[in-house]
Ligand binder design. Sequence first.
Ligand code: B1M
Length: 208
Amino acid sequence: MKTLLELVVTGNTTEAVRLVETMLKDGFNPEALVKEALIPAMDEVGDLVQRGEYHIPDMLVAAKAMNACMALLKTALAVVVLKPSGKMVIGTVQGDLHDIGKNLVVTILEGSGLAVIDLGNDVPPDRFVEAIRQEDPDFVGLSALLTTTMLSMRDTVDAIGQAGLRGRVKVMIGGAPVTQEFADQIGADFYARDATAGREYARRTLAG
Ligand code: B1M
């Protein structure tokens, strides 16, 4: 796990992908690979940025390695589909380009049988409103990684309310700077600390 973490932190995509392939063949649990190597790798990159030792290009190459590993793990993570039930519209809110965590949530939720409509990143409030009208989902999921774009989360929840759609969907929010307290402040239904918590909430809610 430590080697994989180091390969991702240093942005060595070729070797990281090769190692993930080998580890999967050797029977490593894909969820453990994400939790014990890939997510800690991104945390380490964040720390290096904070200490001034890493800059944007370093973050980009590390994110590229992370995404390449995630692409490999996607199939392995999405194995437990029973029967499709429930629908979610999801996106990273306006002004925010971080999508690794959101993509992980998509993979995990699809794996649990939810139909997920992924609007991508930098999604304006109106686009969420339009998608809720079109898709009539059970849930809308909002992701934000920047303290500044948490404000877009509030704007999005407000826009859904102003469009008269708030009673029709449960709003789930997540992302590194997001807290339960913030979720309460903006009137979201659920704060998911990670993708697994999001999956459990969706399951519980759909089960009634
Ligand atoms: Co940026 N970045 N970044 N970045 N980046 C952070 C977030 C930062 C903490 C780094 C740092 O300074 N230490 C910092 C934010 C500071 C703050 O606001 N407090 C930061 C900054 C400042 C910036 C820029 C402003 C830098 C600049 O340009 N000067 C810039 C902003 C661009 C923009 O968005 N407008 C920027 C850019 C980038 C890259 C493009 C280079 C790249 C993103 C690539 C991509 O996503 N495709 C990047 C990266 C990689 C990071 C770090 C290093 C890693 C983020 C990540 O992918 N983590 C990050 C440091 C860190 O987070 N420690 C950092 C792994 C991922 C799995 O975790 O997304 O938290 P996360 O998801 C978790 C949970 O939060 C949860 O589930 C996941 C786990 O299961 N979750 C949800 C997330 N969304 C959810 C939604 C849900 C439920 C759960 O329901 C809907």
